[in-house]
Structures are given as structure tokens and as C-alpha cells.
Design a binder for this molecule. Structure first.
Ligand code: NAP
Length: 484
């Protein structure tokens, strides 16, 4: 990959230095090397960007554009992302420590997302309502104004696209606050959007720290909506901050999803899929099925097959096509995962494999940690309750449907989950009983751009993706026209 030039903030159609000259270094998690230098926004940059985004909302250059034209620009963004797929995938892979194959899949998902919402600009419309008064009642879906989109580091551009595309489709202007560790792909998107013909200032990107830039955006009175993806702890803080001026928020937060395997499951598919669902992205996945619940009669067989496959997972350089598991995002995050291994060991769970840190070059320079399998896990252990956000799974056993549901629901989270059985009646009963925003049957797939994505309980509220997301970037305006 070519060396990356200094990256300015993307403000009102320009790339600019931070007002106070702040800069940060961005690292490659696979080798610890500096990948780029990026402007670090501060409070003054938030102020000028919000004002610009508000002015651009008011000048109607974007929201006033006819919906087909708006859709064409979003489609053009999708086309350019596809055209740049390889370079964007390399960028994302290097910045977020992703195996290159996985990064390509994510960039394809970004293009699909813009394409979906390109087609949605003229398909989300109001109603005429038969009110009892003499006249006509109708509704419009109005854009909200400036939307602050706060994004984590685990799927940087993909999660950005889930917010930006529906927000723009409804005619809003947006300010993206990428995670401090992974701002590069969002900045690349700002350039692509301009090239695609998006009016200047409709999409802005402010790399900077969450506690300054993120919270200043949430508190700013001209920001009308905050869409946040990240940890439950920070999400709770955002909700409190947003309460001061009754700002709309949607929150996609943490998870501890259950993967329920009944004795009649097709293990030849289930084992491989269960591996993918927990070690993909090195376990740094909000939907990771990090609790596997296996029916007692097949517990030993499942554990044996699962652990054998884990032993073959290829930890490796992110640019190697064969790599299946990459590094964790930072050395600090790896330490936090390692602390959970100490906790799991001390709680009496049995670690069958994993937790090693490679010490030799080249992996020794990165933030790698080998995949961990715990058995003898009980539902109340901390490793069964808390989100570890690393390549760690705890396998528990259950007896019968009722207990499976009871263990699955014994969590403060409720984001995703899977059920493996060939009994359709049981699958439906369990699906309906699980307290979770999403659930897959005989599959680990949680993400379908056409379908709503999001959680319940402390996994948040509001939905991304699908037509459902458009509701979160618009508000009803109810109009009554008297007929006499
Ligand atoms: P995080 O620490 O909560 O940070 C998320 C974003 O919020 C980052 O951009 C961060 O900026 C910013 N931020 C931090 N403090 C803030 C504040 N006081 N005000 C406003 N913004 C602030 O989460 P993370 O460690 O990046 O990501 C991992 C978490 O995200 C996990 O819990 C995971 O489950 C969750 N997640 C959820 C979903 C979902 O769809 N449900 C998807 C992916 C990830 P800095 O980077 O500068 O700190």
C-alpha cells in the first residue's frame, strides 16, 4: 500500500487542519507501525462543523433535491465504493487489523448499503388518514437536521454506512465521529461522497476523542439526532447528555449473545458457523455468539469437534489471504481481554485452549491473542455475563428447551443469537421466547441490509438497516387541510 498522506478533517467539503493544530498517529494493529497522521478535532472544530452542517441543511441543496436525483448520488457513492473496493479493503484491513478477505466483504457491504438506500429515497412516504373532521389529514416524513453519527472501531466503514446512508436518504446533513483508532475509511468516504456529487457540507468527518468531540456533538443544541454505536457504558452517558435538550438518540450497544444448540442440530454446519460467529473479527463483534449453550446429550461431541476446529484456525498477517483471525485493535484492549482470562480461570471455568500471545516476529509485533475455549462455564460467572469483546467463548450445557431459554435470557444484554435445531416448532417457540433484537435459526448471520438490526435491554434501542432505519432519521409531520 502507498504511504498515506496527512489526513485533514472533512469539513464543509474541504480537508482542513484542526483549529488548534492537533494531530494523532494511527497504528496498524498487526505490527504496531504508524500507518498515518490525522488531524485531531477539538471543540472549535465541532462548533464550525455543526454550524456549516446546519447551514447546509437550511440551504436545502441536499434535502431540497428531488428524490430521484438524491438516490442517484447515493447510488454513485455505492458505485465508487465498489470501484475502490480493493484499496478501501486494504485501508480498513490495515487500520482495523482485519484479515483482508473479511475486509473485502465489509466494503462490499458498504456498497450494498448505499445502494439499498439509494433506492429508498422515494419509497418511504406518508399516509392520508381518514380523520373524523371534515377535511384531509396527511403525513410527511421530514428530515431532522444535523445528525451526529458516533462510530466504534470494530467495523469502521460498515457501521458508518449503516448510519450515513439512511440519514442522507432522508435529506439530513451528517457529522461522523469515527473511533479514535480507526478514522481513515470514514475520511476516504468523505472524498468519495464529494466525487459522487453530494453537496459540500452534507457529509462531514471529525476524527477526535470521544470525550471531547463526541460529547461536544451530543451536547450541541444544533445537533438534532445522535446515532451511537459502542459500549453500553458510554451509550448510557450519551442518553443522559442528550436528555438536556431532548435530543433524539438511537443506541446500538454491547452484547453477549447466546448460540443454542439442540441435540438434533446438523453439527456439520453448526460447528463451523459457531466458530465464525465468535472468532470472526477476533471476537470484536457486538453480535458475537460468545455463549454457546449445548444440549447435554451432545455436549461432549460438540466440544470435541468445536475445539478441534479452533486448533486449526489460522492466526496470521492481515494481508495474507489465508488468515482467519487477526490481531486485537490495541495492546490495551488485548490486556483487557487477558484480564478476563484471569477472571475465567479464577472462577473455575476450564480453559481448553488459547490465550497465548505470539512473541516471535512477525506476529509478535502485533496485538494477537490465540482463540480461547472455556468449558465448565456456569451462567452466573463473569465470563458468561460480561462482554469480553475478544476471541473467547464459554460453552455451557442445558437440559431441555425451557432451561435453554432461561439461560439465554439471563443476561443484561439482548442483541443477537442463534438456535440450531431441525424441529421447526421448537425453533419458533425458542425464537419467540428469546429476549433479543435479532435471532438466526440454523445460521449465524445477523446482518442483512434489508432487515432491521438492533437490540433490546442494555443492547440499546432504535434500529439500523432496512426501511426501519429511515424512521430514526425523520419525524412525522401531520397536516390537516380543512375542506370547507
Ligand atoms: P466505545 O468506547 O463506547 O466508543 C464508541 C465511540 O464512542 C467511539 O467513537 C468513541 O470515541 C466514542 N465515545 C467515547 N466516549 C464518548 C463520549 N463521552 N461521548 C461521545 N462519544 C464517545 O466503544 P468501542 O470500544 O469503540 O466499541 C466497542 C463496543 O461497541 C462494544 O461494546 C460493542 O459491543 C459495541 N458495538 C455495538 C454494535 C451494535 O450494533 N450493537 C456494533 C459494534 C460495536 P473514541 O474512539 O475516541 O473513544
Amino acid at each position: 500500500m502507498e504511504p498515506i498522506p496527512f489526513q485533514g478533517l472533512a469539513v464543509d467539503g474541504n480537508r482542513v487542519a484542526a483549529a488548534d493544530g492537533g494531530e494523532i498517529e494511527i497504528f496498524d494493529p498487526a505490527n504496531g507501525e504508524v500507518l498515518a497522521r490525522v488531524a485531531q478535532a477539538g471543540a472549535a472544530d465541532v462548533e464550525r462543523t455543526v454550524l456549516a452542517a446546519r447551514q447546509r441543511f437550511e440551504d436545502r441543496a441536499w434535502r431540497g433535491m428531488n428524490t430521484r436525483k438524491r438516490g442517484r448520488i447515493l447510488q454513485r457513492i455505492a458505485d465508487l465504493v465498489r470501484q475502490e473496493k480493493e484499496s478501501l479493503a486494504r485501508l480498513e484491513s490495515r487500520n482495523a487489523g482485519k484479515p483482508i478477505k473479511a475486509a473485502r466483504g465489509e466494503i462490499a457491504g458498504v456498497a450494498n448499503c448505499f445502494e439499498f438506500y439509494a433506492g429508498a429515497t422515494n419509497k418511504f412516504y406518508g399516509e392520508t388518514i381518514p380523520v373524523s373532521a371534515h377535511g384531509t389529514s396527511l403525513t410527511f416524513h421530514e428530515p431532522l437536521g444535523v445528525c451526529a453519527l458516533i462510530v466504534p472501531w470494530n467495523y469502521p466503514l460498515l457501521i458508518t454506512s449503516w448510519k450515513v446512508a439512511p440519514a442522507l436518504a432522508m435529506g439530513n446533513t451528517v457529522i461522523i465521529k469515527p473511533a479514535s483508532a480507526t478514522p481513515l475509511s470514514a475520511l476516504a468516504l468523505a472524498d468519495i461522497a464529494l466525487e459522487a456529487g453530494l453537496p459540500a457540507g452534507a457529509l462531514n468527518v471529525l476524527p477526535g476523542s470521544g470525550s471531547t468531540v463526541g460529547s461536544a456533538l451530543v451536547r450541541h443544541p444544533a445537533v438534532r439526532k445522535v446515532s451511537f454505536t459502542g459500549s453500553t457504558e458510554i451509550g448510557a452517558g450519551i442518553m443522559k447528555m442528550a436528555a438536556d435538550d431532548i435530543k433524539r438518540v438511537s443506541l446500538e450497544l454491547g452484547g453477549k449473545s447466546a448460540n443454542i444448540v439442540f441435540a438434533d442440530a446438523d453439527l456439520s454446519v453448526c460447528v463451523e458457523s459457531s466458530i465464525f460467529s465468535v472468532y470472526d473479527n477476533a471476537g470484536q463483534d457486538c453480535c458475537a455468539r460468545s455463549r454457546i449453550l449445548v444440549e447435554r446429550s451432545i455436549y461432549d461431541e460438540f466440544v470435541e469437534r468445536f475445539t478441534a476446529r479452533v486448533g486449526t484456525l489460522k492466526l496470521g498477517d492481515t494481508q495474507d489471504e489465508a488468515t482467519e483471525v487477526g490481531p486485537l485493535i490495541t495492546p490495551q484492549h488485548r490486556q483487557s481481554v487477558q484480564r478476563y482470562l484471569e477472571i475465567g480461570d479464577a472462577e473455575g471455568a476450564r480453559r481448553l485452549c488459547g490465550g497465548e500471545v505470539p512473541t516471535e516476529a512477525p506476529l509478535g509485533q502485533g496485538n494477537y491473542l490465540s482463540p480461547v475455549v472455556y468449558v465448565n462455564v456456569t451462567p452466573d460467572m463473569r465470563i458468561a455475563q460480561e462482554e469480553i469483546f475478544g476471541p473467547v467463548v464459554g460453552i455451557q450445557s442445558f437440559e431441555g428447551e425451557e432451561q435453554a431459554v432461561q439461560i439465554a435470557n439471563n443476561s443484561k444484554y439482548g442483541l443477537s443469537g442463534s438456535v440450531w435445531t431441525r424441529d421447526i416448532g421448537r425453533a419458533l417457540r425458542v425464537v419467540r421466547a428469546m429476549e433479543t433484537g435479532m435471532v438466526s435459526v440454523n445460521s449465524s448471520a445477523s446482518v442483512h441490509i434489508e432487515a432491521p438490526f438492533g437490540g433490546v435491554k442494555q443492547s440499546g434501542f432504535g434500529r439500523e438497516q432496512g426501511m426501519a432505519a429511515l424512521q430514526h432519521y425523520s419525524e412525522y409531520k401531520s397536516v390537516f387541510i380543512a375542506e370547507e
